[in-house]
Write a protein that binds this ligand. Sequence first.
Ligand code: SAM
Ligand code: SF4
Length: 329
Amino acid sequence: MLLDTFGRQAVDLRVSLTDRCNLRCTYCMPEEGLQWLAKPDLLTDEEIVRLVTIAVRDLGVREVRFTGGEPLLRPGLVAVVAACSELEPRPELSLTTNGIGLARTATALREAGLDRVNVSLDTLDPEVFRTLTRRNRHQDVLDGLAAAEAAGLAPVKLNAVLMRGVNDHEAADLLAWCLEKGYELRFIEQMPLDAQHGWDRASMVTATEILDLLQARFALTPEPSARRGAAPAERWLVDGGPGRVGVIASVTRPFCRACDRTRLTADGQVRNCLFATGETDLRTALRSGADDAELAGLWRAAMWGKKAGAGIDNPEFLQPERPMSAIGG
Ligand code: SAM
Ligand code: SF4
């Protein structure tokens, strides 16, 4: 099992399939993009499946989420999902995506065994979308969402980050739209994980502010059945339910004490935390002929060293070198 010295067990694996992306969200990466990982440094599809197999079969991982960068840019995605769906015990398989290309792939992904999808969409306004992502692809995301639902990847979840003065005026509109469509909306506090290190505490829209914006239009009551547990989102029933909304307050109400995550980057590094400053290199070990037991041992050791918390609010907090897009959000 993947245990740490604070008694937590990691059962939720986030696998980054690529650091590349077809959007340039301002809170994530600069307009010119980043120095992408070189192809030989990326794990192959077979290497990814081998490591996920070890995680599921030998290390107690029960959920696998594919992310990036933009995971739909990975040509082998459907095959990787299909291979992971054959594992015993069968893990839950999900995808976090910006939705571009999902219109084409949703059915194939569902048939390959994908259980759920989270689509990131921060605005209902195509112009705001263009400002925020620096690309004119709003309709592609809407088409992707519709296709995901039609393919049975339900309930479709929607992730939104609010930026002050850019899209924070849309908080309640986004919720109204999601309730109407039957999508489950979760707001994520902006975190200091952007490549350009432009995050600043004062301009971040906090969970408290998000709730205030929503409560101006809706009555929110804490969801009685929602024991937060390891789930990062705190959830509320909207106007008595059944519609609900979540807020992931990673900065102002961190959930590190219940964290159950482990991460694998597209270049084969294990990270025990989004905010970890160190990594464990499984790729080199794997390519040097390490057997499954050795790889599992390295992974266990990586998790054992997990810190108590991310410490974003500590004065000595240091943003990790890798940005969110290269870690896998
Ligand atoms: N490209 C895919 C997408 O956008 O869904 C997957 C990767 S993206 C890094 C995963 C999630 O992280 C998205 O919901 C995105 O909005 C969120 N994200 C990116 N940068 C962030 C930041 N600085 N703070 C909070 N969330 C962020
Ligand atoms: Fe791409 Fe996702 Fe980052 Fe936006 S948040 S730039 S879609 S990786």
